[in-house]
Design a binder for this molecule. Structure first.
Ligand code: AMP
Ligand code: MG
Length: 417
């Protein structure tokens, strides 16, 4: 991908994302775990079905299994779920049958009970049943030996249902990623500190808790390394600890170009920087790098300190990178869902950066998808973010938008929802 819009020295979000993905090699180590613990993990080895699904022809309805095309039938028994009828139906014979029960040998259709009239053991119907009607065929879902889900799938609830339906009790998945998480800034105090004890200009270290919550939803093991001062030797110590104990490191703060921003220098000293400034708003200062170590390397994601920027860059850049790292194959890596929505307010925007404004989208009474931005669009404004359910994505080179314009909206998905 070429960086067509790099004239102001900033790399576009799309290019940065693609570069990240292209430069990351997925982990390969796997483990076998109970299916009950597999939701959210990435499948590492094929799972082949040991049986046909459904395992036998069975009824889609409560009613009567019929043999042949007749005006009336003689009922000779019943087939219930878990209690099949073992005999064979001759033409003109029927059995009672319940949903999911095996269709008896000789039966070729099932009539739903709402269409049936009974007189002793004689059955007549308000309408005839067609051959094959209401019969769910053996193997029509899955055949014996068939791959149940492709390697590289992120295992979700429907996958669990399918695997369990095939009797699979264990799966081999790629191992969990391990993150080291830390915050950088002299002004940070841990949450729980009474507000009265905050010094002038102190703030709570909110990023670390928010990023931890997000990473937990991505099924990552987290080493919480706490918060660190704006001192290069301390940051160096933190980065080494983080590097040695994790697959990737996530920091927030200290990443811009202020006199107390040491992330870049320490990262350069210990490893290498992938890129630095992005055409994204919020979140321009974003560092990607690598920290080599004895047994490989740890990836490094340096997020901006501003809380909205930190979460936006995590969502737009780090999450896709982690999907690659954790082994999710391309076809299962989800791009954020985008929809078009009509703006309910004006938006001021300068060309130059892709803007991810925080908004609330819904369908109005006429069924039209609409969106309004929420709160002041500052990278420190968390109240607006908390009141939002989507990003309003404004293209890099675009300018102001007006009420009634159609804009692109990304409804929040995991790990924001
Ligand atoms: P920096 O990236 O260090 O220049 O920080 C940019 C802004 O983000 C400053 O207002 C910081 O106080 C704020 N900030 C930095 N780290 C955190 C954090 N862990 N939690 C909340 N806000 C932060
Ligand atoms: Mg700082």
């Amino acid at each position: 991908m070429t960086d067509a819009c790099a004239e102001n020295g900033l790399r576009s979000v799309e290019v940065a994302k693609q570069m990240l993905i292209d430069s990351i090699n997925p982990i390969t180590a796997s483990e076998t775990i109970p299916l009950s613990q597999a939701c959210g993990r990435v499948l590492a080895e094929p799972v082949l079905s040991a049986l046909d699904l459904p395992p036998c022809d069975n009824s889609a309805m409560d009613g009567y299994a019929l043999s042949g095309d007749r005006d009336s039938y003689t009922i000779i028994g019943k087939s219930l779920a878990g209690h099949p009828f073992f005999g064979t139906l001759e033409p003109g014979q029927a059995t009672r049958i319940t949903t999911g029960a095996a269709v008896p040998t000789g039966a070729d259709r099932v009539q739903m009970q709402e269409n049936c009239n009974l007189d002793g053991d004689q059955l007549t119907m308000s309408r005839p049943a067609k051959p094959g009607e209401n019969i769910r065929r053996r193997g029509e879902d899955v055949h014996t030996g068939q791959s149940l889900i492709p390697v590289g799938s992120k295992i979700k609830v429907p996958h669990i249902a399918l695997l369990a339906g095939a009797g699979v009790a264990e799966v081999t998945v790629l191992r969990k990623l391990k993150a080291a998480l830390l915050s950088i800034g002299d002004e940070l105090k841990p949450i729980g500190t009474p507000a009265s004890e905050l010094g002038d200009g102190d703030i709570y270290d909110s990023n670390r808790i928010a990023l931890q919550a997000a990473l937990e939803q991505l099924d990552v093991d987290i080493l919480d390394l706490g918060y660190w001062p704006d001192q290069p030797e301390k940051i160096r110590e933190a980065f080494i600890k983080a590097r040695d104990n994790a697959d990737f490191v996530i920091t927030s703060g200290g990443v811009s170009v202020g006199e107390a921003d040491f992330t870049k220098t320490v990262l350069q000293e210990l490893g290498e920087i992938g890129f630095w400034k992005l055409a994204i708003k919020p979140g321009k200062p974003f560092a990607f790098g690598r920290l080599p170590k004895a047994d490989g390397e740890a990836l490094f994601f340096g997020l901006p300190g501003n809380p909205v920027s930190a979460i936006v860059t995590l969502y737009q850049l780090v999450v896709p990178a982690l999907e690659k790292l954790r082994g999710t194959s391309e076809q299962f890596r989800q791009l954020p869902l985008q929809v078009r929505a009509r703006l309910l307010n004006d938006i001021r925007k300068r060309p130059g950066r892709t803007d991810y404004q925080r908004g609330f989208t819904y369908r109005d009474e006429d069924g039209i998808q609409v969106v309004e931005t929420r709160g002041i669009q500052g990278s420190h404004i968390l109240s607006g973010f908390a009141a939002a359910n989507c990003f309003v994505v404004l293209p890099r080179e675009g300018g102001d938008c007006e009420t009634g314009d159609w804009v692109t909206v990304e409804p929040f998905s995991a790990p924001l929802m």
